[in-house]
Write a protein that binds this ligand. Structure first.
Ligand code: GTP
Ligand code: MG
Length: 194
């Protein structure tokens, strides 16, 4: 999709604040700092539309981005950030769970992991939880620019093995917001589900 118009329409903490026009939605999930906002910006050809930062835990609400009046990207708060209070983490968890488990418009979830590391317990839990709800998942291994080409296959195997990757319900893609590699493939995955 060639994107020209994007608008942040809502910062929601509860279902009553979600958009009501029924358009398809795609959520981005992953631990804090993994690169969700950067992926959003790359997909919509903007430098810093979704706020990115070296400071993890910046995104604290479900942020709905209206893309070309056709679909929404939903930037979700990152999990696993220790400095966010336990209470806040629990309320994030519940907000995300409510959204993902009950949202009819949700056509797929882009689940981000860091290509350089073995997925964390929380990454694994998230992936399996999405599978439990039968939600189509694109598992994106981001920051792929930090890995030498010769190690990509190995990284893919480690990640897939750790999450017990299910080919039937999910796809895998390397991505880099620095080189933009994987951008077309991620868009294709989204468009296939519109
Ligand atoms: P929260 O909103 O805190 O959950 O973080 P986030 O997942 O939205 O991460 P964000 O996009 O803000 O990126 C975090 C940091 O990682 C920033 O410093 C980005 O510049 C960097 N980063 C994101 N994607 C990439 C990538 O593909 N390659 C490299 N080298 N750095 C990246
Ligand atoms: Mg973010």
């Amino acid at each position: 999709m060639d994107v020209h118009n994007v608008e942040m329409v809502m910062s929601a903490v509860s279902p009553s604040q979600y958009p009501t026009d029924g358009r398809a939605e795609f959520a981005l999930v992953g631990r804090s700092n993994v690169g969700k906002s950067s992926l959003t910006n790359t997909l919509i050809n903007r430098k810093n539309f979704a706020r990115t930062s070296g400071q993890p835990g910046k995104t604290q609400t479900l942020n709905f981005y209206d893309v070309e009046g056709q679909l929404y990207f939903v930037d979700v708060p990152g999990y696993g950030y220790a400095k966010v209070s336990k209470k806040k983490r629990e309320s994030f968890g519940q907000m995300i769970e409510t959204y993902i488990s009950s949202r009819k418009q949700l056509r797929g979830v882009i689940s981000l992991v860091d290509a350089r590391h073995k997925p964390s317990e929380e990454d694994i839990m998230m992936y399996n939880w999405l599978a439990y709800y039968n939600i189509p998942v694109l598992l994106v291994a981001t920051k792929a620019d930090k890995i030498v080409r010769g190690k990509l296959n190995q990284s893919e195997s480690i990640i897939k093995k750790a999450v017990d990757f299910d080919d039937e319900n999910s796809d895998f893609q390397f991505f880099s917001s620095v080189t933009k590699s994987g951008k077309d493939e991620v868009w294709q995955w989204i468009e296939d589900r519109l």
